[in-house]
Unconditional design. Sequence first.
Length: 110
Amino acid sequence: MWIFSEIGFFSAVENYFETDNVLVRGRFKQDLENLQEVIKEQEGLVLELMITPENDYHFRLNVPKDVWGRICQGLAAGITYHNFKNHVHGEPDRDHAYMECWVAMNRVQE
């Protein structure tokens, strides 16, 4: 599952070794730190940020599936913007990457 949200971009997959958890992976350390903070505030849970430069996603959190579900629900409920790209605009490299994703998916749609 890929999620582009106002707190960051995440790729979530089942943890192969702990199937009650998902590995939430990210390309930007700040995104995972943002997620850590949301989980701490909403769930009272402190999760260790794993730094994995040998993997394609350099940052990971091991999150219980039920917690991940509630976090995703909260992110969805908190949407107050009418245009995502405009809402998260501000970092040139990320803006460009998000636009490339948008363009690629738009191209496939056609």
